[in-house]
Design a protein around this ligand. Sequence first.
Ligand SMILES: [Zn+2]
Length: 218
Amino acid sequence: MVQYQIEWVGTPNYTPGRGGRKPLAIVNHITAGNYPGALTWMQNPAAKASAHYLILRNGRILQLVKDEDTAWANGIVNRPNWPLYDGTNPNRYTLSIEHESLSGGDLTEAQYQASLWLHKQLIERWNIPITRDNIIGHNRIDSVNRPNDPGPYFPWDRLFADLQKWRGGEQVAEPWKEKLVEQARQEGLISEYHNPDDPAPKWFVLAVALNLLKKIKS
Ligand SMILES: [Zn+2]
């Protein structure tokens, strides 16, 4: 069993406090660049960017911003598909984890295990529910400029399966549901992300039917 520890590194890029808000979601990112460049960039005042945590490919966990403070990770909202977005700056009510990886890259096993451990710490500390809306990717907040953040190889199914096992079988989306939704999205039947655990209202069913009709006619 690996003993994890969080190494404080700090950055000037943050806002003290959270404007009265509490973290209610974890946002996962990939750096699209390697360490140490990925870290020095987030410590450079010119970047105006940061995250609470950075997990390196060897499994080291670095902390740049205190949980109680606001990191500058996902303040720009562009065509979000995240029901918890309330029109105010998401940095105020999220915790952000950067993962060292190139754009379109994956996580190492050591990095995954460290990330899983950190997710558990944050879930317990901040009482964050294990759902696909409380643990998300940056792409859910900015689907235009961050569609691949954290990208296609981020192990969502594994992460949720491991977190559920840890919590003792709390039921959220099963992998096959997630795949079905993704298939429907690729076929153009639904647009963007849809949480498979959400009930489908009438308008949603109608939209799928109309998309299907359009495909048949064309
Ligand atoms: Zn990001």
